[in-house]
Design a protein around this ligand. Structure first.
Ligand SMILES: [Zn+2]
Length: 208
């Protein structure tokens, strides 16, 4: 027989699935909500359900949005000759908060990581190819693909993979592929980079 009611155990179990949260922290969080007099748990539950129901991925860049096409992709003022490829939606937030970039984005959904069992087929490379090909046709100018995966082993491997995919377009002179400068320390997480570091990394980007 368990000491805790099943309902509390379920909550601890769910919290333990969160990134960086072990069983101890998960228990502490559950007790925090148990003690809270303000119906915080109900509010959290409602917010999570609302997020789940209302958000989806933009059909062009796969950033999180509550519309079919996100505000960035539908903004005519954005420079559609630049497309910045990032791992996660939070990387888009980092670039947008820094105010240093006015092009488009594409969210891959992760990086190739054999150690974590993530192969190329699980990421959005097919969608990326289609998006870039459509842009090349639409814009009728040379497109710059900025590879902004994190400066980790996996991020580098993913950058090479992207380079391979677009080799033909590159040879045809239709695109230029650049990589963020290594002002970012190896192993750094782009989403936590400060504005200046991100600005330097973007300004110092080089052809790959
Ligand atoms: Zn979008």
């Amino acid at each position: 027989m368990s000491v805790l009611p099943k309902s509390v155990e379920n909550v601890i179990n769910e919290f333990s699935k969160l990134p960086g949260i072990g069983p101890k922290s998960a228990s502490r969080m559950a007790y925090h909500f148990l003690r809270s007099p303000n119906k915080d748990a109900t509010q959290l539950g409602k917010s999570l359900i609302e997020m789940d129901e209302k958000t989806k991925f933009c059909s062009l860049c796969f950033n999180v949005t509550d519309q079919e096409i996100c505000d960035i992709c539908s903004n005519q003022q954005r420079d559609s000759t630049q497309i910045c490829i990032v791992e996660e939606p939070l990387d888009v937030v980092a670039f947008e908060n820094s105010g240093i970039y006015n092009g488009l984005y594409f969210v891959l959904g992760g990086v190739i990581s054999p150690a974590d069992g993530i192969s190329a087929s699980e990421l959005r490379f097919g969608e990326l190819e289609k998006r870039v090909n459509d842009l090349v046709k639409e814009v009728n100018k040379k497109i710059e693909i900025i590879v902004a995966t994190n400066p980790s082993l996996e991020g580098e491997a993913t950058a090479s993979y992207i380079q391979d995919i677009f080799n033909n377009l590159y040879k045809e002179g239709k695109i230029q592929i650049t990589r963020l400068a290594m002002g970012l320390p190896t192993g750094a997480d782009l989403e936590y980079a400060d504005r200046l570091t991100l600005k330097r990394a973007l300004e110092g980007r080089r052809d790959i």
